[in-house]
Design a protein around this ligand. Structure first.
Ligand code: ADP
Length: 330
């Protein structure tokens, strides 16, 4: 694990970056309160990497952490900065933070944000610990990411509602959930919501197979079905699937795209607890003089994984759950 002299740390900067996720506020709150508990000062960096460039640093206090635990989104705002790929832009960000007295960072975000964080340590020895915050759950090195449980539960509630109308009208629905490169949300929601078929980036269900599946259900008296599709690289792909199914089978599939609804709202208890544990663990990791790493959970236990080991690796959806979904909906 990369090391640095922890006794030099007086002020920690916290930022949220990339896509927002429910539970980010709980993570900010835990990291801030644990840091204050140990006599450190804390600054929030507004909007992530853009805030480092525009010098938007705000003091975070016990008081400013009140009443945020249950709120979705991020009170620090989040943003993207394509220019952060340039070394001179990163150098300017480091100069600004050092001038503001910030000597270590907690980054709450996804793979992209962690890549930027990793470079800040590699190039400038700026100590950073990352917290996995994304609804997609696709970060290698942790079983769960902050926001995933909430997103799954929001999508599940919507699917239960859609099933009521699907059953009343004997309809076929395709529900599109988030998940650009991974099917974690789709598979969890598919199993928990009893979907007939799940389309997600890592599997290769064909339209013909899905039609066979629907017909098999109809043959044993099933009159309505719900298919789940992860958005993949083409949000709105559920419309293409519906059209392909209509062309090949004549079935009229209704489409429901859940979209950003899955990103908002109050975090579940599981996400608040995960975020609180990881927020605290990030500060403890820095206090031990460890950095350039991510804190996560594995088998229920807190873990620390160097960025160098985690970045660029793909976490796979569990085969057991995929097989279970297939058998339960056969
Ligand atoms: P996420 O952290 O959710 O994966 P992004 O991929 O959008 O979100 O990344 C968030 C930000 O992190 C980007 O806007 C950019 O500022 C920074 N970033 C992403 N990739 C890199 C990279 N390869 N080098 C430096 N900075 C990066």
């Amino acid at each position: 694990m990369p090391q640095f002299p922890a006794d030099k740390i007086k002020t920690i900067g916290i930022y949220t970056s990339g896509g927002d996720a429910p539970g980010m506020n709980a993570a900010i709150r835990a990291a801030t309160r644990v840091a204050l508990f140990h006599g450190l000062e804390v600054r929030g960096i507004v909007g992530g990497y853009p805030g480092m460039l525009s010098n938007e640093f705000m003091p975070l206090t016990q008081g400013s952490m009140g009443n945020i635990l249950q709120r979705g989104g991020t009170i620090l705002k989040t943003g993207r900065l394509p220019e952060f790929h340039q070394a001179d832009v990163r150098a300017k960000a480091v100069a600004n933070m050092r001038a503001a007295g910030i000597d270590a960072l907690v980054c709450i975000g996804g793979d992209g944000s962690f890549t930027g964080a990793h470079l800040l340590f590699q190039e400038h020895k700026f100590p950073i610990v990352g917290l996995p915050g994304t609804i997609d759950n696709d970060i290698f090195g942790t079983d769960f990411t902050i926001g995933f449980d909430t997103a799954v539960n929001v999508a599940l509630e919507a699917i239960d509602r859609i099933r009521d109308t699907a059953a009343s009208h004997d309809r076929l629905f395709i529900v599109e959930v988030m998940g650009r490169d991974s099917g974690f949300i789709a598979v969890d929601v598919g199993v928990a919501g009893g979907a007939e078929e799940i389309f997600f980036p890592e599997n290769s269900v064909t339209v013909d197979e899905a039609i066979d599946h629907i017909k098999r259900g109809m043959a044993r008296g099933k009159k309505s079905s719900i298919l789940i599709a992860a958005e993949g690289r083409k949000p709105g792909r559920a419309y293409d699937l519906a059209e392909a199914i209509r062309k090949k089978s004549g079935f009229d599939a209704k489409v429901c795209i859940l979209g950003h609804i899955q990103r908002g709202g109050s975090p579940t208890a599981a996400d608040r607890i995960l975020a609180s544990r990881l927020g605290a663990a990030a500060i403890e990791t820095l206090r031990k003089g460890q950095c350039d790493c991510m804190v996560g959970v594995s088998g229920g236990q807190l873990t620390t994984v160097p960025f160098a080991q985690a970045l660029g690796k793909k976490k796979a959806v569990g085969r057991e759950l995929i097989e279970l979904a297939r058998v339960l909906s056969y």
